[in-house]
Design a protein around this ligand. Structure first.
Ligand SMILES: NC(=O)c1ccc[n+]([C@@H]2O[C@H](COP(=O)([O-])OP(=O)(O)OC[C@H]3O[C@@H](n4cnc5c(N)ncnc54)[C@H](O)[C@@H]3O)[C@@H](O)[C@H]2O)c1
Length: 388
């Protein structure tokens, strides 16, 4: 499909972006935006959130869909007008080559498939985690660099305006000397796929990962980690495999030492009563709180669906003020769209960085080790901080 000027305007308007684009910088008929060829592997639950968003991007051409349950790839292809669909990555790679592969498969498959894509010369956006272990993830990043390619990993929480606001307040010293923070996220656990409960799954890489990315993004890389993890529900009923034994933690509390005396905790799990579902609508209580000597700050709603930031500072007579209650354009499913747009234009460099995703993966591994051996574990990885 060729994108003409009218279609470009329609598409950007559909994304709500037109007010941000001055008419003078809209491309003339002869200079249409470069489009990144995108392939998608894993056409399950999360793809139904990604596809409606990325398919509207004027910087994206969806060229292929793949799933080992071929009907899912076929259905995605039909619904989003994707010309090619495949039952296996090898078949996909034998077809037209994507510039960017979105890996939305089971967590345990990410590392293996990401490596195949990089070796085939394709950039990668991976759902979390980027790999099964930090070492595997680091090797992927090294491979990407050696090949002149890029790899990025979800989540996209650092792209929200609320994250930017909180980061700025901390940087400007509005909270005084920051001391402590707490974050939580949980629900009753997915029932559609067993991989969430099998080895390599777990509530830390599925849910805790958001809060860990936000708090390390705001307070700096973790230097040490300790944790307790447990399994509260030993067996689960799942749609694809029936009854399964739960092997990965479904309950976790993680403590991070960010240096300079700053300590934070993150709790997550698959046993939390949570009426707010997958859109987070109605969750209007703080899920992330940060305390300092001169103020405190609370993110309202989840970090992946934030609705505002409540802040009270000594400077402001300790009165709590709600900031940024307008959710704006940010949605958690936008990570791959933002990356594709950056690849196409070279502009709007995303704050999502692979080193940050890998750091969070090291924290998750360290939390599991800490729980097992009853120690605090040194974290060796780091990332460019502050992000903003
Ligand atoms: N479901 C959500 O709302 C949600 C939200 C955010 C992130 N995620 C993340 O997205 C990823 C996928 O989760 P999901 O809920 O979509 O799971 P899912 O089980 O619904 O979908 C995964 C799909 O990948 C396919 N698949 C597995 N191995 C494959 C392979 N080797 N080649 C091709 N296809 C393969 C499966 O057949 C399935 O259709 C996970 O990392 C999860 O943490 C999910």
């Amino acid at each position: 499909m060729k994108l003409n000027r009218r279609k470009f305007i329609e598409k950007t308007a559909a994304m709500g972006a037109v007010s941000m684009i001055a008419p003078s910088i809209l491309p003339a008929a002869t200079e249409l935006p470069k489009r990144v060829k995108v392939g998608i592997i894993g056409c399950g639950s999360v793809s139904t959130q990604y596809l409606p968003h990325i398919s509207k991007s004027p910087f994206v051409e969806l060229i292929s869909a793949c799933d080992i349950v071929p009907e899912r790839a076929q259905m995605a292809a039909k619904q989003y007008n994707i010309p090619n669909w495949y039952p296996h990555i090898d078949k996909m790679l034998a077809g037209p080559k994507p510039d960017l592969l979105l890996n939305l498969t089971d967590m345990q498959e990410h590392g293996r498939l990401n490596k195949i894509a990089l070796n085939a010369g394709i950039n990668v956006w991976s759902e979390k985690p980027m790999a099964n272990t930090y070492a595997e993830g680091k090797a992927l990043l090294d491979l990407a660099k050696a090949k002149g390619l890029k790899i990025w990993g979800a989540p996209a929480v650092v792209q929200s305006p609320q994250f930017a606001f909180m980061a700025e307040q901390i940087k400007e010293g509005k909270l005084g000397r920051v001391a402590a923070a707490h974050a939580h996220y949980g629900h009753l656990g997915p029932d559609w796929s067993a991989f969430f409960y099998e080895k390599g799954g777990g509530s830390l890489p599925d849910l805790g990962v958001y809060n860990l990315a936000t708090l390390t993004g705001l307070l700096g890389p973790a230097k040490f980690v300790t944790a307790m993890t447990s399994i509260v529900t030993p067996n689960r009923k799942t749609n694809n495999k029936g009854d399964v034994k739960v092997e990965a933690e479904d309950n976790a509390v993680v403590l991070m030492d960010h240096g300079k005396g700053i300590i934070s905790s993150v709790q997550c799990g698959f046993n939390y009563f949570d009426p707010y579902g997958h859109e987070g609508k109605g969750q209007e209580k703080p899920t992330i709180s940060i305390w300092g000597s001169g103020g405190n700050m609370h993110l309202i709603g989840y970090d992946w669906a934030p609705f505002g930031v409540d802040m009270a500072t000594r400077e402001n007579n300790e009165k709590t003020i709600r900031h940024l209650s307008d959710p704006g354009k940010y949605v958690w499913q936008m990570g791959a769209t933002v990356i594709a747009e950056h690849m196409a234009t070279g502009e709007n460099a995303p704050l999502i960085r692979p080193e940050h995703a890998l750091h969070v993966l090291e924290v998750i591994e360290a939390a599991r080790t800490a729980s097992l051996v009853g120690k605090r574990i040194k974290i060796n990885s780091t990332f460019q901080y502050p992000l903003i």
